[in-house]
Design a protein around this ligand. Structure first.
Ligand code: PSU
Ligand code: MN
Length: 306
């Protein structure tokens, strides 16, 4: 693969950091365009970047602007993205189209992994990953994030998967795909707004160094695909599972009744949860993203020191 022939633009800061082998952390942009309302989306994107810098890393927010992959966005690009209306939600299936047709696009976890890997970035922080949706028996709705973990070698730090999903089936799917799911300082798979889903996490690591060593070992073994690092939301910011479950059930039932399908499902559910929790879900979402940015940078720093 010849990266020079690709429509990919690096910010000077990210280019310099990659050339020097410094710790760089990829950040997604669907959370900005489809995951949070303005102005919290823009404020959070900036805070996440500040958090990466405070831990000694360089943030690389990834998005598609006029048909080019941008790796590293400046402040005005983040502001524009957070208010723009004509931005496609771009996953693996949409990436080549968005680039060919000169579109603007925000990248999901799956598409951000692809772009990060092309750019030479191995660690990525997000909020929650996509997964197997409740009602999958009928809808077949399984996020393309899950198959991406099996093919693209990027470590994704998340707060588990949203409790809106079918978490038991999400873990089963990842196991079948051979994707390591590592709980950070926890033995329970986190459920995004809550610290525990009640399901055991398959693997556990208690330090960023252990995770960095394990990523390096996977590379040496020639194992394809990435790893999921599941980092529970800080206790002071969590919404206990028992409190939020009733609201989740309501949002999921409404989405089914309204016939919401495809890419629209996750954004619909996130915005309904924001309304049903009267903003509390958003506060938790912001806290967990920052927490993930911190851990992702520690892992990236540990890898850069190897
Ligand atoms: N989790 C969040 N906010 C988000 C998403 C996940 O807290 O906005 C986004 C991510 O970009 C993820 C995508 O990759 O939702 C999954 O969408 P789908 O279920 O359509 O694959
Ligand atoms: Mn889906």
């Amino acid at each position: 693969m010849n990266i020079a022939s690709l429509p990919i633009v690096f910010s000077p800061e990210v280019r310099a950091a990659l050339d020097k082998g410094q710790a760089v952390v990829a950040l997604e942009s669907t959370i900005i365009t489809h995951g949070m309302p303005w102005p919290d989306n823009v404020q959070t994107a900036r805070l996440v970047e500040d958090t990466v810098r405070a831990e000694g890393g360089v943030p690389a927010t990834i998005a598609i602007i006029e048909g080019k992959i941008h790796v590293g966005l400046d402040d005005s690009a983040i502001e524009w993205l957070g208010t723009a209306k004509d931005v496609m939600k771009v996953s693996r299936a949409d990436l080549a189209f968005a680039l060919s047709a000169g579109k603007h696009g925000s990248t999901t976890v799956a598409a951000t992994m692809i772009c990060a890997h092309l750019a030479g970035i191995g660690v990525f922080a997000t909020g929650g990953i996509g997964g197997v949706h409740r009602g999958v028996e009928e809808t077949m709705d399984i996020s393309a994030d899950l198959t991406e973990f099996a093919r693209t070698p990027v470590a994704v730090v998340c707060a588990g998967a949203k409790a809106l999903l079918d978490l038991r089936r999400t873990l089963e799917f990842l196991e079948t795909q051979g994707v390591p799911v590592i709980g950070y300082q926890t033995s329970d798979f986190p459920a995004f707004w809550s610290r525990s889903s009640g399901l055991p996490v398959p693997l556990r690591a208690d330090s960023a160094e252990v995770i960095a060593t394990m990523i390096d070992m996977r590379r040496k073994l020639g194992l394809e695909g990435g790893v999921v690092v599941a980092n529970p939301v800080p206790a002071e910011d969590e919404i206990p599972a028992a409190e939020i479950e009733i609201l989740i059930a309501k949002a999921v039932a409404e989405a089914h009744a309204a016939g919401i399908s495809g890419k629209a499902v996750t954004p619909y559910l996130l915005s309904r949860m924001l309304e049903l929790t009267e903003g509390r879900s958003l506060k938790t979402n912001i806290a967990l993203v920052l927490n993930n940015a911190r851990l992702a940078t520690r892992i990236a720093v540990a890898i850069s020191q190897k």
